[in-house]
Design a protein around this ligand. Structure first.
Ligand SMILES: NC(=O)c1ccc[n+]([C@@H]2O[C@H](COP(=O)([O-])OP(=O)(O)OC[C@H]3O[C@@H](n4cnc5c(N)ncnc54)[C@H](OP(=O)(O)O)[C@@H]3O)[C@@H](O)[C@H]2O)c1
Length: 212
């Protein structure tokens, strides 16, 4: 599979490195493909990765993963042109900085995932990979136990493919229902951020699912 990853920062780099190690081809879509930091990432990953513009990456990818800062996400999507029929994994969180620190810009009446669906007309958008830190995206397994990752989206035919792709990273993947449940997943992502950055848990923890 060829995975287009839009943004090659903390999240894009971790996901691209992990997926390439599982045999996928990774195409980073960035504003400046020749930038030193992007080229360093591509060389580190080796033959399974390259960097091009976001539009070129989107055209090449079976899947498109969004790992851009929230304020840049609409422009990044629009720069890719027509996304009709594409499968989009939205890893962004609609973060803003207010008087109480980092929080969600939206969430009760609409989510970032649903806004992404509005910008990416004709694509099948899934909210996923937003509820844990980038270090856990590089390695989701804790002492032999898989941490959990949720997938929310409306396209029932495409969902098993997304679940399989996210599972390739090493997560236990749970179908979290329709895309409107991105409202729940973005709040869950915010909980991880708050625990990690404000409540002293640090970045080396993740959520899991326990069963009897
Ligand atoms: N960090 C985490 O642990 C974490 C966890 C879960 C979800 N998230 C979410 O994931 C997203 C990315 O976070 P991050 O920490 O990876 O951010 P980051 O390290 O700042 O990386 C963002 C990347 O997006 C690129 N970018 C910016 N505007 C773009 C555009 N118009 N077109 C294409 N690429 C563009 C940046 O490239 P330039 O070098 O050109 O600016 C950079 O490569 C955010 O929405 C965040 O909320 C983050």
């Amino acid at each position: 599979m060829t995975i287009a990853i839009i943004g090659a920062g903390n999240v894009g780099g971790a996901l691209g490195t992990n997926w390439a190690s599982k045999g996928h081809d990774v195409v980073f879509g960035v504003r400046d493909p020749k930038a030193e930091k992007t080229q360093a990432l591509v060389s580190k990953i080796g033959g399974k990765a390259k960097a091009v513009t976001a539009a070129e990456a989107a055209a090449a990818g079976n899947f498109i993963v969004l790992s851009t800062p929230w304020p840049a996400t609409e422009a990044a999507i629009r720069s890719m042109g027509n996304l009709k029929g594409k499968i989009v994994l939205d890893a962004t969180n609609p973060l803003t900085r207010g008087p109480d620190g980092i929080g969600l810009e939206i969430g009760h009446a609409i989510s970032g995932g649903e806004k992404v669906q509005g910008w990416a007309a004709g694509a099948s958008v899934f909210k996923t990979l937003n509820t844990t830190g980038f270090g856990n995206m590089a390695n989701p397994v804790f002492k032999g136990v898989k941490s959990v990752m949720f997938v929310a989206g409306d396209d029932a035919a495409a969902k098993p493919k997304v679940i399989s792709l996210v599972g390739d990273l090493g997560f236990e993947v749970i179908d979290a229902g329709p895309l409107r449940n991105a409202r729940l997943l973005e709040a869950h992502g915010m909980l991880w951020i708050d625990l990690a950055l404000v409540r002293g848990q640090g970045r080396d923890f993740a959520f899991g699912i326990l069963r009897r």
